[in-house]
Design a protein around this ligand. Structure first.
Ligand code: ZN
Length: 314
């Protein structure tokens, strides 16, 4: 579904609930309390508006025949305790999944006619659903690189104290991982390599940063698999050896940062990185919107944060 479909087809609370029901239980509704599949759909009209006398739309209330528990598709999901209509949630999800470089809370607030604070909260909830719990390890030919975000550029790689370090790992013709690390030490790099790169990888490619050598050793990846390119000598490609595909992902991310977010809270940098990687890795998915709604319906709740944390120049 694209933004226009969603605008046309998911424009009432009842339609949204029916859609969510389908996304949450594609194999048929199960009781939220006891998992029974013996469910009755109740005809439950919403509250009568005292002023207009109109009765609210069907609430798509479901009842379990075993334990008598009554619920709807939003029960126990992150959609439940917000007062925001599902239509707006879905539009927000569509906007976030469709914008290649991301969308800021300010843009979201204007597009949906909601408060900035609500938009900010919404965007973070949606981002949370984009985190891969156990992503598969990358293999084949894998490029690794680091980039620096925020602050003014000062000194060499070693002295970039006021910048945030983002490590990028990308399998050629495969997935991307972006990880916010404290500094590009052998220990930090090694830890991420162990987590994200398969020891059976065919080749790993990096620039000349020396910390990669002990990092690969600690991750059990043989030195013979490691190819380096000397960026200091302005050499960027040597035959098959380059880190261009991970760098192109960095530049797309950075364009998103300056173009859409302007300011990214350091505390939340990893969430932006997750959002970006999720969209990037699923760029060929036929229905990213539906996929995201489904993930959100299945994910747990996040406590409400009343105000955006301090913003740091990005
Ligand atoms: Zn039940």
């Amino acid at each position: 579904m694209n933004l226009l479909d969603i605008y046309k087809e998911l424009n009432t609370a009842a339609k949204c609930l029916a859609f969510l029901e389908h996304m949450r239980w594609p194999g048929g509704v199960k009781c939220v309390s006891c998992e029974s599949e013996r469910i009755t759909a109740l005809v439950a009209k919403g509250k009568r508006n005292k002023k207009t006398g109109k009765v609210g739309p069907d609430r798509h209330l479901l009842q379990c025949n075993e334990c008598r528990f009554q619920f709807t598709a939003t029960t126990g999901t992150i959609f439940h305790d917000t007062h925001l209509p599902l239509e707006k949630w879905f539009l927000a999800i569509a906007l976030i999944t469709e914008s290649k470089k991301g969308i800021s809370a300010a843009q979201l607030s204007r597009a949906l006619g909601i408060q900035y604070r609500t938009a900010w909260y919404l965007a973070h909830r949606i981002r949370k659903s984009m985190v891969e719990a156990n992503p598969p390890k990358l293999t084949g030919t894998v490029e690794l690189d680091e980039t620096y975000i925020g602050g003014k550029q000062r000194g060499s790689k070693r002295k970039l104290l006021n910048k945030e370090v983002v490590m990028g790992i990308r399998e050629r013709r495969g997935d991307l991982r972006l990880i916010h690390i404290e500094s590009p030490t052998a220990e930090n790099l090694g830890e991420q390599i162990r987590q994200h790169v398969s020891p059976d990888v065919k080749q790993v490619m990096t620039d000349e940063w020396p910390a990669y050598i002990p990092a690969f050793i600690s991750a059990g990846i043989k030195g013979t698999k490691h190819e380096t390119i000397r960026h200091r000598d302005k050499i960027y490609v040597r035959g098959n050896v380059h880190t261009n595909t991970v760098e192109s992902a960095f530049s797309l991310f950075k364009r998103g940062l300056t173009g859409a977010f302007h300011k990214v809270s350091l505390k939340h940098l990893q969430r932006y990185l997750n959002e970006f990687s999720f969209r990037f890795n699923n760029r060929k998915a036929p229905d990213l919107f539906g996929m995201t709604v489904r993930r959100m319906a299945l994910a747990g709740a996040m406590p409400y944060v009343t105000c955006p944390p301090s913003l740091v120049q990005g």
